[in-house]
Design a protein around this ligand. Sequence first.
Ligand code: CP
Ligand code: NVA
Length: 305
Amino acid sequence: MEALDFISAQDITTEELHALFELAKDMKADRKKYLRSCEGMSLAMIFEKPSLRTRVTFDVGIQQLGGSGIFLGPGDINLGKRESVFDVAKNLERMVDIIMIRTFAHSICTDMADYAKIPVINGLTDFEHPCQALADFFTMWEIKGDLKGKKLTYVGDGNNVAHSLLLTGARLGVNVTVATPKGYEPKQEVVERAKKDAEAFGAQIEVTNDAAAGVAGADAVYTDIWASMGQESEAAERKKIFSPYQVNEALMTKAKPDAIFLHCLPAHRGEEVTDEVIDSKQSVVFQEAENRLHVQKALMHELLR
Ligand code: CP
Ligand code: NVA
């Protein structure tokens, strides 16, 4: 990979995405094959928000590459309060080989990458979740093959997950549609950037407030929780606004009959998705979660080369 960090879905080119997917496929086929590729290397994992998948897959991932992970929770470093982002970066770059950070403001993540001489990976900010999008499109690629011209429809909040899906999908030539309630669309700046890339790869980017029309003909239907981490106080109000955007059996019938269902997880069953859909044959959410491990191993392998 050309970029030294992975902060945004746009830090990786189309060619690099294809190569990363091939590497992740190889790593998935034989977990022991790359056991010495990052031997003796250390990953610092900074978490200012909760996590299951990101924490486990990064920790297990670096172990499977021969390295080790160090978990730094909110109570450990108290980023920006006990110590500035700059000072944390300047310490860690002398102690570990790579940093993964999950935080609130996207600027904290970009600052960390600017200050630290070692690679920094975005493990989720309020603005983007690029590792998630890698796993999502890798999963779609495993199941559907060539992604060019395929359609993925994201239904729900125009949030961090939606942003990274738009930016990654555009580079892979996937037609990405985002269906949200009015006022909850993805940021215009992200949509513009995705459209620019999509044009170059012959794909379409669409933003709509009509969930049924958006899902029409989709090869993959995706949703995420309605109130993201940090928005807990808005949860009750959002529940009312978003209920027409629930992914249920009726909505799934608008997609192609062989469409897959994706969700970054954690899911709030009965809210953004019904049990019938998430437990259906079309649902590949646990394969998608597992794939976080494989794509992130490939990512760390590339960044540490
Ligand atoms: N999808 C995802 O990032 O899960 P966690 O919040 O559990 O890490
Ligand atoms: N949009 C969600 C994703 C969780 C993986 C959040 O930010 O909480």
